[in-house]
Design a protein around this ligand. Structure first.
Ligand code: SAM
Length: 201
C-alpha cells in the first residue's frame, strides 16, 4: 500500500511529540506494519460482498497509537470514520496526532477505555490485540458487539510477558474467537506467526 507524505509527516510528528518516542516507535516494527498491511489487503477482499455501503465506519479496540487507523484512511476501503479505543491513556494524544488530518475533520477520535466496557455499532470492528486480553475478557467483549458488524481479529504465538492469551495455531485461534469465519489466515514473521480471522457472530 502507499503512504502519502502528509500522513508520513504526521506519523513523525506523533513520534517526536510523544513522551517516550522509542516506545511509540514499537508500533513501527516491520512485523507490526506487515500485519496491518495484510489486514487491510484481506479486508478489501472480504468487505465488499459483505457490506453494501459506500462509506464504512470502523472501531479499533486496543488501537494503540493509531497506526492501523492511519493506514486504513489511506487504503481503498472508503472509510467514513474511525474510533480507536485503548486502555492506556498515553495512547490517546499520540493517536490523535498520528491521525490529525482526520481528527480535524471529525473522522477520527482516540478514546481511553477498557474495550470490555465499550459498546460498538461500527460496520467493522477490529481487535488486533487479542493476545493482550484473557479469554473471559474476550468473551465479554464479543458479547457486546452487534451481530451485523464485520469482525476482524488478530493474535499471534509470540510468548512474551505482556501476551496473556497467545494462540498456538490458526485452529486454536479460531476456537478462542468463537465467530463465524469468512476468512482465516496466517502470516509468517521472523519472530512469530500472526493469525487473522474475519467473520461475524
Ligand atoms: C502492543 S499493542 C498492539 C498489539 C497488536 N498486536 C497490534 O499490533 O495491534 C496492545 C494494545 O492493547 C491495549 N490493551 C490491552 N488491554 C486492553 C483493554 N482491555 N482495552 C483496551 N485496550 C487494551 C494496550 O494498552 C496496547 O496499547
Amino acid at each position: 500500500m502507499n503512504i502519502d507524505t502528509e500522513h508520513l509527516h504526521h506519523w513523525m510528528q506523533a513520534i517526536r511529540q510523544s513522551n517516550d518516542p522509542m516506545r511509540t516507535m514499537d508500533a513501527f516494527w516491520s512485523g507490526q506494519l506487515k500485519s496491518k498491511e495484510w489486514l487491510i489487503d484481506s479486508l478489501e477482499l472480504v468487505v465488499r460482498p459483505y457490506i453494501n455501503k459506500t462509506k464504512l465506519s470502523v472501531d479499533i479496540h486496543g488501537g494503540w497509537v493509531g497506526v492501523l487507523a492511519s493506514m486504513l484512511f489511506q487504503s481503498n476501503l472508503h472509510i467514513s470514520s474511525i474510533r480507536s479505543i485503548d486502555i492506556d491513556h498515553t495512547c490517546e494524544s499520540i493517536a490523535n496526532t498520528m491521525n490529525q488530518l482526520e481528527y480535524h475533520s471529525n473522522r477520527f477520535r482516540a478514546v481511553t477505555g477498557d474495550m470490555v466496557n465499550i459498546r460498538s455499532d461500527a460496520d467493522i470492528v477490529i481487535n488486533t490485540s487479542c493476545e493482550h486480553i484473557t479469554q473471559d475478557q474476550y468473551d465479554l467483549w464479543l458479547s457486546g458487539l452487534p451481530h451485523n458488524s464485520l469482525i476482524c481479529l488478530q493474535s499471534n504465538n509470540y510468548d512474551i510477558k505482556e501476551h496473556i492469551r497467545t494462540a498456538n495455531s490458526l485452529e486454536h485461534f479460531v476456537q478462542q474467537s468463537k465467530i463465524k469465519v469468512l476468512y482465516r489466515g496466517q502470516l509468517e514473521l521472523p519472530l512469530y506467526t500472526r493469525y487473522m480471522i474475519i467473520g461475524n457472530q
